[in-house]
Design a protein around this ligand. Structure first.
Ligand SMILES: [Zn+2]
Length: 191
């Protein structure tokens, strides 16, 4: 599988030197760019799909950024395709944690997914390491996942990544959703 290879590549890049011509995932470094956020070194990179963007050197080295986003889109497209081919039998054989992982990727990457506008459409991303199901599974098991819990982003504008995620119960989940909704209403009234 292509994404498995790419994730392995990201590990190999640990500690690699960012320089012109170096390759990180799908990125090729074109040259030094402006600093990002004042202090972090930015590098102008070109993705294999042709997109050029300023990327943080740190994100290149630690595998945090492997592409402009086209890699994630492809993985999700492949997931949708394989589901069509294998039909319901594959779907019903999914474990709960696998389904949580798949839905997370879909609502962030697949515009035809029902919730896309609330996640992907708002710029919420899944971190590069979690593109690998086994990495996500390891994190889930080490962060207190239980079969009655769902994944929650601590900062609801933040991404799906280890430091911004935790497991909460369904009732906590709907309480947070309500707070969000009412918080927004209050903001609208105040404006
Ligand atoms: Zn790309």
């Amino acid at each position: 599988m292509r994404h498995a290879r790419n994730a392995a590549k990201a590990d190999d890049n640990q500690g690699a030197i960012v320089k012109v011509g170096a390759i990180f995932g799908r990125w090729t470094v074109l040259g030094r760019g402006a600093n990002i956020g004042g202090r972090r070194s930015g590098w102008l990179c070109r993705c294999s799909c042709g997109t050029e963007r300023l990327v943080m050197g740190q994100s290149l080295r630690n595998g945090g950024s492997l592409s402009c986003g086209c890699l994630q889109k492809e993985i999700v497209a492949n997931m949708c395709r394989s589901r069509t081919v294998h039909g319901n039998s594959k779907r019903s054989g999914e474990t709960r944690i696998y389904r949580i992982w798949r839905h997370m990727l879909e609502r962030c990457n697949n515009p035809s997914c029902l919730g896309f506008k609330w996640w992907g459409g708002k710029g919420v991303r899944v971190c590069a390491e979690w593109l690998e199901f086994s990495v996500f599974l390891d994190w889930a098991n080490s962060s207190g996942y239980e079969s009655n819990l769902s994944i929650d982003r601590i900062n609801s504008n933040g991404n799906y990544e280890p430091k911004n995620c935790r497991w909460i119960t369904r009732s906590e989940n709907s309480r947070r959703a309500n707070e969000e909704r009412w918080g927004k209403k209050r903001m609208e009234v105040a404006q």
